[in-house]
Ligand binder design. Structure first.
Ligand SMILES: NC(=O)c1ccc[n+]([C@@H]2O[C@H](COP(=O)([O-])OP(=O)(O)OC[C@H]3O[C@@H](n4cnc5c(N)ncnc54)[C@H](O)[C@@H]3O)[C@@H](O)[C@H]2O)c1
Ligand SMILES: [Zn+2]
Length: 345
């Protein structure tokens, strides 16, 4: 199945297909690049690097594997620079392609390297985590972290193609899997309740669920590439989620666990001020329970507010909070920062 992300400067396809990874060479062939740098962290390189290189070579493409250490701690300017220097040493040019093979860290980091190296080389994402497949590989956000904060150095740089192979999720650790499920629940809550129907089944059709999420993401990115309007709906659960992540020192909880608790927290806040979101809240709690995700984390309103004050999406004394009218109907409301302190965790 193919979903197109329609953008003025160039639309691109997302191919969702079991077995896309071992067919990557054939899928990349229509692009003009004959030489590819395959960027992967060392974990993903060991699992899938060989299969990807074999596939590219079988399609007559020239390729090199460039690796870096796994983990958010390495999503830094230093790793990005090391990657660019590997590209330079191997004489890659802007006519060549970079295939980002891995989770969101690889997509963000290698995507930023592709955006900067010789002012931009062709970028293709082949996401290997559930989170990257439903979220980070689409939309063009690339970045590295600074000691002062996450994702502070980056750019919007769209890929030319995204290859989603649900088969490569079979090796994903349980906790990483749950992290992606939290984002999937988010898509259902903000836009597409059919995603929640599927998640509520005994054995969901995961490929179908991934495709539905990508349709939502593609539509929101197409409508608002630069994240100044409707794309912000994707931040549902993230205002409190980022605060939970920061409070846990970015190590105690995964992003997905923090977002799960963040979605529940914002709905509790809405309930507290009298919004009619009881049904949405109950449905969310049941799903979080089913998938082993938290609906609360140990941090009080004041503690949360302290961390939310550092959110880069904050503007002055208000926050663009993403709220629900009902399941599938999200909207943005500017809320005074002080009001969000009144939250029951
Ligand atoms: N650009 C965006 O729009 C966007 C959106 C959401 C998140 N992000 C970013 O994504 C990052 C988180 O992504 P992530 O959760 O995918 O983390 P990640 O890339 O670190 O992957 C998690 C771990 O799983 C391993 N792994 C990856 N694929 C595997 C597989 N198939 N089998 C076994 N192990 C595998 C990795 O080596 C890593 O250790 C954060 O840095 C976040 O800022 C970006
Ligand atoms: Zn997220």
């Amino acid at each position: 199945m193919t979903i197109t992300v329609p953008l003025p400067q160039g639309s691109y396809p997302i191919h969702i297909c079991r077995g896309a990874l071992p067919q990557a060479g054939a899928l990349l062939s229509p692009l003009s690049c004959r030489r590819w740098a395959v960027a992967a962290d060392d974990t993903v390189a060991a699992l899938y690097g060989g299969a990807v290189l074999d596939s590219l070579r079988a399609a007559g493409l020239v390729c090199e594997l460039l690796t870096f250490p796994a983990g958010e701690a390495h999503k830094t300017p230093e790793t990005c620079l090391a990657l660019c220097r590997q590209l330079a040493r191997q004489n890659f040019t802007r006519a060549d392609g970079l295939l980002a093979l891995g989770g969101g860290v690889t997509g963000d980091l290698a995507g930023f390297a592709a955006a900067c190296y010789q002012r931009g080389m062709t970028l293709v994402h082949l996401p290997t985590t559930l989170l990257a497949q439903v979220d980070s590989a689409v939309g063009g956000k690339t970045a590295v972290d600074l000691p002062e904060g996450k994702n502070l150095l980056g750019s919007i740089y769209q890929p030319r193609m995204v290859l989603v192979d649900p088969d490569c999720l079979s090796t994903l650790p349980r906790r990483q899997w749950r992290c992606g499920v939290a984002e999937i629940i988010k898509y259902g809550m903000i836009r597409d309740p059919a995603i929640l129907d599927e998640l509520e089944r005994q054995s969901p059709d995961w490929s179908g669920v991934i495709a539905r999420c990508l349709r939502v993401k593609a539509a929101l990115v197409a409508a608002d590439e630069h994240d100044t309007g409707v794309r912000r709906l994707l931040n549902f659960g993230h205002t409190f989620g980022h605060a939970y992540e920061a409070a846990g020192g970015y190590g105690a909880y995964t992003h997905g666990e923090a977002v799960a608790a963040g979605m529940a927290t914002i709905l509790r806040w809405q309930l507290h001020r009298g919004d009619h979101v009881t049904a949405a809240y109950r449905r969310l709690l049941a799903l979080l329970e089913k998938y082993g995700l938290p609906h609360e984390l140990p941090l009080t309103g004041d503690g949360l507010a302290q961390y939310m004050g550092r959110d880069k999406k904050r503007e002055g004394d208000t926050l663009h909070a993403v709220l629900l009218r009902a399941v599938g109907e999200a909207y943005i409301e500017d809320i005074p920062f002080s009001a969000l302190r009144e939250v029951r965790t």
